[in-house]
Design a protein around this ligand. Sequence first.
Ligand SMILES: NC(=O)C1=CN([C@@H]2O[C@H](COP(=O)(O)OP(=O)(O)OC[C@H]3O[C@@H](n4cnc5c(N)ncnc54)[C@H](O)[C@@H]3O)[C@@H](O)[C@H]2O)C=CC1
Ligand SMILES: O=C(O)C1=NCCCC1
Length: 334
Amino acid sequence: MIPKYIDSDKVRKILTWPLVNAAVEEALKAIDYSELNAANSEQSYKRQPPRTITACGNASQLLLTMPGYVGNYKALNAKTNDQLPCSSTLACKVVTSFTNNQNLQPPLPNILANILLFDVNTGELQCIMEGTQITAWRTAAASIVATKYLYMKRFPQGFQTPIKLAIIGCGVQGQSHALGMCATFNVSEIYLWNRRQSKADSLLLLLQHLHLNKVLQNPTKIFVTDTPAEAVREAEVICIGTYSPHALINYDMLKSGDVHINTVGAGAVHFGEVSQDIYDNAVVYVDSLINARTELKDLKANIIGEIGQVIREGRSAENKSLTIYQSLGNFGIF
Ligand SMILES: NC(=O)C1=CN([C@@H]2O[C@H](COP(=O)(O)OP(=O)(O)OC[C@H]3O[C@@H](n4cnc5c(N)ncnc54)[C@H](O)[C@@H]3O)[C@@H](O)[C@H]2O)C=CC1
Ligand SMILES: O=C(O)C1=NCCCC1
């Protein structure tokens, strides 16, 4: 059988925020196979071994392989939104992170991905999906799901609660986080910061264009700031996705009261862009504990558990107004 190839144009046509958010929530919700027992046999489950990271020459050129299986999950039909019968997916995402790509002429995305889908009965390769956009959407959707369960659920208005949002780093991830958050939540104000301001300006123009054309519904005030401190001063929800090896925000910069941070970036380690004093004052949730055990082993933080557990059981009573979703990366169900 020749596997089907789904190119980036076809992928783009399928992706919508409700669909991707739902797929990612479903994948995050799956329980680890080792915890499955007779009492929760209806539950979806996952087998997700640690991902491998292979350096190609040096640490700025990496190949990541991310295999996973999700069994017994319930997905929605993309066209009708109807619940589909229980499904299972066996897949492997293969990602490269080559951080010089942005300097090529013409530039390429630093993160390039392909997703291999296998027949769960025969193991045959069924399909290869261009995965670069899926990675951008999936990562933002995981932050959206984390924001929904760790932040929005604190308020009686839930999803409708107006939020002030900060985007630190306006590259591929910054853009998908801004678009996904604005498409999903009632974002009243959005503060954009990027090391090179022109990228933040471009994102501002894109957001204004989407609002003007009613692709984004809620009226959002959009600001470009000179510093990360200005961007986060008022923010209730912060998304940070850069390659910065040092902290771009620290605890003194945050507003007091309820704040939630989604941190997705940083190069060699996955926790460089937020200061230690923020971690000291926060509770941390991850997407994948199995990857956290290796990739976050040097992080000194109160890691409570996986976001999937919060989806299944609610947030534990840890009494902290500052939450962090530390995103390592896993895969959605597509
Ligand atoms: N957690 C996850 O699942 C995923 C994480 N990532 C990570 O997210 C981060 C961003 O990735 P992309 O948006 O695809 O890259 P990108 O190259 O499109 O954007 C990176 C942004 O970081 C900024 N930046 C780079 N170095 C900086 C520094 N020293 N200080 C301040 N800003 C700096 C750049 O100005 C740029 O706007 C990377 O660390 C990447 O590894 C990417 C995909 C998935
Ligand atoms: O989950 C992913 O995809 C990635 N995670 C870390 C950085 C590269 C892509």
